[in-house]
Design a protein around this ligand. Structure first.
Ligand code: CP3
Length: 327
């Protein structure tokens, strides 16, 4: 049972806390036929970042932008088509000579840094900046869309390891510049999304973690960096990395990591937000009882909030979880 005089602290934020499940997002979104046209407007990014903070008792903001900004800034035309996700005009799979245009790419991303500054000036919670991992961006560049099979890319990296590593190196350097500029603009923390890390299995260290480690090393030690390595097992990464802060996917368990010298968050399956209010409150109480004394626990979901989720349910859950949290 909760006691009002206990030391209470369950910080919360949500993967994809802004976006299509919020009617106020859809209202803005319908004004823009093109997603990139929308996110290139810093004032709009600020508004979309703040929307979930107005509704819910969240302890962090995450800049409203996307992981595909780097490939777009390097000259690949990307459209978001309803029901299909991102569609690239060119892909490595169809064009093995696909070239990334690195010249001035960082200036082309100025809209992200301007948005970061605008957001930072208006919030009193930490701001999370982010990037896709080199591998996950490579996956999108390879397929030119979200992958539907894993075989073709696995045989490509086996047959073309040099070309693969050359592209990963370009992306890794670009990401280092990109997140460093986000931090200079006001981001307090960086999350690296390795959303397609699970494709790699035993080659994960060689094609993904190695580059994420380089990114971690490039950052000042006092900037926290969270890794979301979806589809991997964090336990198997620990001997190959100094990263100590993880956003776990829905397949892992917080309890496997909570007593390690790590900060852990995530794992909560967003499908629980479909349960009725009383069940949701019980789940919130269980999580609170279990973790509120743990200094290394942050509540988050294990995969992004999807458009089918009713934001009122998210509100019921978070209000309950945060009931006694001191501000
Ligand atoms: O609050 C937030 O988290 C919003 C900022 C944000 C977006 N994308 C906005 C967005 C963040 C952190 C992302 C990360 C992202 N983008 C990831 C990693 C997280 C994960 O879920 O694994 C990935 C893989 C992408 C790539 C991407 N962008 C896809 C596959 C899509 C299409 C469909 C979808 O929503 O999943 C996008 C477009 C996108 N990015 C939307 C939003 C709100 C929807 C676009 C629309 O309104 O049409």
């Amino acid at each position: 049972m909760r006691q009002e005089n206990e030391a209470l602290n369950v910080p919360v934020w949500l993967l994809r806390q802004a976006g299509r499940y919020l009617p106020e997002y859809m209202e803005v979104r319908t004004k823009f036929p093109d997603f990139f046209e929308m996110i290139k407007k810093p004032e709009i990014c600020k508004e979309l970042t703040l929307q979930p903070l107005r509704r819910f008792p969240l302890d962090a903001a995450i800049t409203f932008t996307d992981i595909l900004t780097i490939p777009e800034a390097m000259g690949v035309d990307i459209k978001f088509i309803k029901g299909q996700g991102p569609i690239f005009a060119d892909s490595i799979k169809n064009n093995s000579k696909l070239k990334l245009n690195e010249s001035n790419f960082l200036e082309k991303l100025n809209y992200v840094f301007e948005a970061t500054q605008l957001i930072k000036n208006e919030i009193d919670v930490p701001l999370i900046g982010f990037s896709g991992s080199p591998w996950t961006l490579f996956v999108y560049l390879f397929y030119g869309r979200s992958p539907r099979d894993y075989e073709i890319i696995n045989s490509y990296i086996k047959n073309e390891p040099e070309n693969t590593h050359a592209i990963l190196e370009v992306l890794s350097n670009a990401i280092q510049d990109y997140i460093s500029a986000q931090i200079k603009s006001g981001a307090d923390c960086i999350q690296i999304f390795d959303s397609w890390g699970g494709i790699l299995k035993e080659q994960y260290n060689e094609f993904s973690l190695k580059y994420i480690n380089d990114i971690r090393t490039s950052l000042s030690e006092d900037v926290p960096m969270i890794l979301y390595a979806k589809g991997t097992r964090v336990a198997s990464l620990l001997t190959h990395t100094n990263i100590n802060c993880f956003n776990l996917d829905c397949e892992e368990s917080i309890d496997d990591y909570i007593d390690m010298p790590l900060t852990v968050q995530g794992n909560f399956d967003p499908k629980y937000f479909h349960k009725d209010d009383s069940e949701l409150k019980d789940i919130a109480d269980t999580i609170f009882d279990k973790y509120h004394k743990k200094q290394n626990y942050i509540f988050n979901v294990g995969s992004g909030i999807t458009p089918d989720i009713n934001p009122d349910k998210v509100g019921v859950f978070l209000e309950r979880l945060r009931l006694f949290n001191s501000k």
